[in-house]
Design a protein around this ligand. Structure first.
Ligand SMILES: [Zn+2]
Ligand SMILES: [Zn+2]
Length: 130
């Protein structure tokens, strides 16, 4: 059985689609590849949106100015990341990952208490606590 994916317009075998019980056709409308890409794109968009919000215009590490977006993270200024994750876990009913945290910040209209750091500065900050 073949099916056209409306996203990539490719004619694909039905095994390239997710089985979705509650859809009439029984399959996802987008192919697996497109669905995955879309998820990645969405997550990346959310991450950039959050990083942009917490970095006063230019996306970079607040401490050292490192600006490679790939290595930038959202830091809990008051080191309450564990509490935040626990609260999210309660809400989501699963262990929250970083993309859940970004989504949560957007859902809550970017609350205060966060800053952008690079992985290095973030790690150093964690060590500084002990
Ligand atoms: Zn597709
Ligand atoms: Zn840094």
């Amino acid at each position: 059985m073949l099916r056209i994916c409306p996203s990539c317009k490719k004619m694909l075998d039905i095994t390239n689609f997710y089985k979705v019980k509650y859809y009439k056709s029984g399959f996802s409308s987008w192919c697996i590849e497109c669905t995955k890409l879309y998820g990645i794109k969405k997550r990346e968009e959310r991450r950039l949106k959050v990083l942009h919000h917490y970095s006063n215009g230019e996306i970079k590490c607040k401490l050292c100015g490192y600006s490679n977006v790939r290595a930038l993270v959202i830091d809990h200024i008051n080191n309450d990341g564990a509490i935040h994750k626990r609260a999210l876990k309660k809400k989501l009913r699963y262990e929250a990952g970083s993309s859940d945290i970004y989504k949560d910040l957007i859902d809550r209209n970017m609350p205060i208490g966060f800053q952008v750091l690079c992985c290095n500065c973030n790690t150093i900050k964690q060590f500084g606590r002990n």
